[in-house]
Design a protein around this ligand. Structure first.
Ligand SMILES: [Zn+2]
Length: 696
């Protein structure tokens, strides 16, 4: 009897408890849990804590695996794990078909968290079965990254995300031992898995949208909405998206996914949340027109979308691409400026949701440092400044590094706008690696001690260069200086490196700062071991069709003459150059073994007859060369530079005499002979090339 009563009591009481639980308990527990997680999420994203967190889970995370970025003058270390071999790779996702491979699959290794799905359904969250892009495999083919992506339904994707997020916060809060099953299973191997292709990883993308207004570049920033999973209450990120909603897309799904999402974001059309809403014909037509507009811009090179880097975001639990979308067309930029609303992550309750901040300057640094930006966003932002084309490099924040690589020393200067801001030199190393290491140190110091951003490098080399391709053709005196070293430097420093012949760099210096400034027709002659130079025609330095003009040392002044290192016979420099003079002296029996130009100059000043006679002989050959050049170019100015002129400045007077004997007119100046003139000239050359869009 008692048992029956007991059973009856528990049956009634149990049902009551169940009912109570269903109507109050469950909801409040869900609410409490949600708030708790939200709180922990916010605290997780506070700068250094975030980095520590990554380190905790990546024991092998060496310092160099954290991406160190530069935003203006600020260095930022971010826990965005970019694979080392991908560093510096830049891939145009839109135009390079090899970059993307689309696979059709329905296989997903991630467990489905039915409990979480039920909770979401119970609080009225919509789950739709719209397929989105998942990453299956990443391959490196040469210097190209190839992504294999396939579609997977949103339902499972959500399931993975929610599990992963919860685990992430609980791990961070309670220590790694508890509740770390999912993480232990997936996180340590996720990066490798992406390369091996034995797993499928959600793929996300942070894209900085850069627009151009009145010649200046601006980047879109927005505040995250509170409903955004990972970054509640944090601010300042560039628009980002998972490659979702790709239903019925043929061709390049990444391109379409990108354009579709961006046309919505950029042109202020509300994103549609269910398939049904897509059936509005007007909506489709508008989108189609906008996408066509963007494709037109892509073809005109006025819109480009570049992959800056990618890596596994251990906090978000997905593979993230950092990209930049740059719109050079000012008309479309204006449209974007007026209409841009951001995406579902944007907090539309804040009055200034989307702001366009100048890409260069203090504001962007302040935002990056003071506000909680996602790691991958910081990475993207810090990269963007190096990827914007054309005149943005000429803004006051940008600087150029000129590197004059001589046989005995390397001279480095950093210049911006008008003049140099830092100069330094080091003995020419015997190995390429030492050279790169020295440059890296200089660059680091410059970044810390000055307020500029070095956006490019130019090497002045004592050898022949093809100016069109920047390829080194020959460098007789420095064996390690090869094209592959240039490639290594480009990879290491993440920038295109311009290469210029050192005499041409000298001419650039004179044109920018010295006696050729503002001159329309001139000859720059660099006389040292060899003789080189450059003509200024109509105010422009003339490098010729292949960058081979101005090889004045190899004009032939004597048929059947001496054999030259270039293979010709009777070249000017075999008769008049430092090398020619020293070789001649070796034939003369003299007491001093260490014969040098200075010694010869001394003897001339002492009016030593023997040396005067010998030097007059050299000057005869010099005269032939100068007469030829005067006849060809008819310059206003002849600028004389190089070691030989430094030792014998009287050559200036000799030149004036030659010109007056010809009954012609031209002013003769000595080059300024700043130790750093070639380095500065190279930097100027780079600035000019960028202006002409020859690089980047
Ligand atoms: Zn020659």
């Amino acid at each position: 009897m008692l048992e029956v009563l007991q059973a009856l009591f528990w049956a009634i009481f149990g049902v009551a408890i169940d009912k109570l639980w269903d109507s109050y308990g469950k909801k409040s527990i869900i609410k409490v849990r949600k708030n708790y997680i939200q709180q922990k999420k916010s605290s997780l994203y506070k700068g250094s804590r975030c980095i520590e967190y990554v380190k905790m889970y990546y024991k092998d995370c060496e310092k160099n695996q954290l991406a160190v970025c530069r935003l203006g003058q600020v260095n930022i270390t971010i826990p965005f794990l970019t694979l080392p071999e991908w560093k510096g790779l830049s891939v145009d996702l839109l135009r390079n078909k090899n970059v993307l491979k689309y696979v059709e699959t329905n296989v997903c290794d991630y467990p489905i968290n039915n409990k979480e799905i039920k909770i979401r359904q119970s609080i009225g969250q919509k789950l739709f079965d719209d397929p989105s892009l998942f990453l299956h495999r990443v391959n490196l083919e040469g210097n190209k990254i190839c992504f294999e992506v396939g579609e997977y339904n949103y339902f499972k994707r959500l399931s993975f995300f929610s599990d992963f997020e919860n685990e992430t916060y609980l791990c961070a809060v309670r220590g790694k031992k508890r509740k770390a099953k999912l993480r232990d299973r997936y996180l340590p191997s996720a990066r490798e898995a992406a390369s091996r292709g034995d797993n499928i990883i959600p793929i996300g993308c942070d894209t900085a949208v850069v627009i151009k207004r009145k010649g200046e570049y601006y980047v879109a920033l927005h505040y995250r909405s509170s409903q955004t999973a990972n970054y509640s209450s944090s601010a300042m990120v560039v628009p980002s998206f998972g490659f979702g909603s790709i239903k019925n897309i043929k061709g390049n799904p990444l391109l379409f996914s990108f354009l579709k999402e961006y046309s919505e974001e950029l042109f202020n059309r509300e994103e549609v949340e269910t398939i049904g809403e897509h059936s509005d014909p007007e909506w489709f037509v508008n989108q189609f027109v906008e996408i066509q507009d963007i494709i037109k811009l892509i073809k005109q090179n006025e819109f480009y979308f570049t992959l800056l880097g990618c890596g596994f975001d251990p906090i978000g639990g997905f593979f993230n691409l950092s990209t930049v979308a740059i719109i050079d067309n000012e008309e479309i930029s204006e449209k974007v400026f007026e209409n841009c609303v951001g995406n579902w992550e944007t907090d539309r309750n804040l009055s200034k949701t989307i702001g366009f901040v100048p890409l260069f300057g203090k504001e962007i640094e302040r935002l990056a440092l003071e506000l909680k930006a996602a790691p991958s966003t910081l990475y993207t932002l810090s990269c963007v400044q190096n990827y914007v084309k054309s005149n943005v490099y000429l803004s006051r924040e940008s600087a150029y590094m000129g590197v004059d690589i001589g046989a005995s020393s390397v001279k480095v200067c950093i210049t911006k706008g008008s003049g140099s801001i830092q100069k330094t030199s080091f003995p020419t190393p015997t190995k390429a690696n030492d050279f790169i290491a020295e440059l890296a140190t200089i660059l680091k110091e410059a970044t810390q001690s000055t307020s500029v951003n070095v956006v490019g490098m130019a090497f002045a080399i004592p050898g022949r260069v093809d100016n069109n391709t920047c390829a080194i053709l020959s460098v007789p005196n420095i064996s390690w200086l090869t094209n592959s070293v240039i490639s290594s430097c480009e990879e290491y420093f993440h920038c295109k490196i311009a290469v210029i012949n050192d005499a041409n760099a000298g001419a650039y210096y004179e044109k920018g700062y010295g006696c050729l400034k503002g001159i329309k027709h001139a000859i720059y002659l660099s006389m040292g071991t060899g003789v080189g130079g450059c003509a200024v025609c109509n105010g422009q330095l003339d490098f010729g069709a292949h960058g081979q003009a101005g090889e004045f040392g190899h004009i032939i002044i004597c048929s059947d003459g001496k054999k030259c290192s270039c293979g010709q016979y009777g070249c000017w420099e075999t008769y008049f150059s430092t090398k020619a003079i020293l070789e001649k002296l070796k034939l003369i029996p003299i007491a001093d073994e260490n014969i040098s130009l200075e010694y010869v100059a001394q003897m001339l000043r002492k009016k030593d007859e023997h040396y005067i006679k010998m030097f007059d002989e050299f000057l005869k050959y010099y005269e032939i060369g100068i007469i030829n050049l005067m006849q060809i170019y008819d310059p206003e100015v002849i600028c004389l530079g190089g070691g030989l002129v430094q030792a014998f400045p009287e050559i200036k007077t000799n030149t004036e005499v030659i010109i007056s004997k010809m009954n012609k007119k031209a002013n003769v100046f000595l080059a300024e002979h700043d130790k750093y003139s070639c380095a500065m000239g190279a930097a100027d050359y780079l600035a000019d090339s960028i202006k002409r869009n020859a690089y980047m």
